[in-house]
Design a binder for this molecule. Structure first.
Ligand SMILES: Cc1ncc(C[n+]2csc(CCOP(=O)(O)OP(=O)(O)O)c2C)c(N)n1
Ligand code: SF4
Ligand SMILES: [Mg+2]
Length: 285
């Protein structure tokens, strides 16, 4: 049986105390629990501090363009359904430049896991306001305080047809591992947004801030992750941000609907009809 060290390629260089360390650890733990294999796993990342995760996690990796981890991850899964595909993105990567991909991936429901590292800031570019930054947030790009309302990823996921919507916190590693486990086992697209403090550039949304401003849905009255209305209600709480497994439904994945077998495309028998091909070519002569 593999151990966590088997998924550890090299030591990360994130700032000391960065929340992403905890996500890296939780991912290694989950890989061991689910008996995943490095050679059957792909970690696809976007651009940002989160994007370095695939350099450290021992598996196949693809460091894509800014906001583009989802098209690549979906393509990989559809080309080889035998792989476990985990995409890792950021709040800027997903909710700014990658927002269109996010919404379509939710309604498409390809069988993969999407982790959004939400530190409420652009970390890699050294501290600009992001779509999840709180109103009034002072940063290099909003020195007078942000005048825009923050966007809520899980809310968007719920109205876009998401079938697994969860939110974890890098300060709560046990819950995070459990959410990752459930997300990877879910059939279809699983979204796990993770509150992950950027200790260098975001001095407002600290570990303490998240502890004070969040609540766990599974402790709340009437909690049932199959209940869409309840999830909506939890997410509407503007005072405290909802955490945990917010919503899950059973629905066939896109891969199940369009690909009849699990054989990787590269090993599939392609039925090539030379006559049909010649006919098509003739039309262009
Ligand atoms: C097309 C393009 N536009 C802009 C950038 C500059 N850029 C790099 S990372 C980044 C934001 C990253 O923020 P986030 O996704 O929140 O990641 P974090 O660093 O916080 O993990 C931006 C705007 C880029 N690399 N490519
Ligand atoms: S800049 Fe922020 S997000 Fe990036 S590694 Fe440092 S603490 Fe983490
Ligand atoms: Mg960020």
């Amino acid at each position: 049986m593999l151990k966590e060290k088997d998924f550890h390629f090299c030591d990360p260089t994130w700032c000391s105390g960065c929340g992403i360390y905890s996500i890296f650890s939780a991912l290694k733990k989950t890989a061991v629990t689910l008996e995943m294999k490095p050679e059957e796993t792909v970690v696809v990342t976007g651009i940002g501090c989160h994007g370095r995760l695939n350099n450290y996690f021992k598996a196949y990796g693809f460091h894509t363009l800014h906001g583009r981890s989802l098209p690549v991850a979906q393509g990989i899964k559809l080309a080889n359904r035998q792989l476990s595909v985990i995409a890792v993105s950021g709040d800027g990567d997903t909710y700014s430049i990658g927002l269109g991909h996010f919404i379509h991936a939710l309604r498409r429901n390809v069988n993969l896991t999407y982790v959004v590292v939400n530190n409420m800031i652009y970390g890699l570019t050294q501290g600009q306001t992001s779509p999840t930054s709180r109103k009034g947030f002072v940063s290099k790009s909003t020195p007078l305080g942000s005048k825009e309302s923050p966007l809520c990823g899980p809310h968007l996921a719920l109205v876009s047809g998401g079938t697994f919507i969860a939110r974890g916190f890098s300060g709560a590693p046990k819950q995070l591992s459990s959410l990752l486990e459930k997300g990877i086992q879910h059939t279809g697209f699983s979204l796990i947004e993770v509150f992950s403090p950027c200790v260098t550039h975001n001095l407002a949304n600290t570990y303490d801030w998240f502890r004070r401003n969040t609540f766990d849905v599974d402790q709340a009255k009437g909690y049932d992750p199959r209940n869409r209305e309840k999830a909506w209600e939890f997410l509407n709480n503007r005072q405290r941000l909802a955490m945990g497994l917010l919503y899950q439904e059973k629905s066939p994945s896109f891969d199940d609907l369009v690909l009849p077998v699990k054989t990787p495309l590269v090993q599939s028998q392609m039925f090539f009809d030379q006559k049909k091909w010649d006919k098509i070519f003739k039309e262009f002569e």
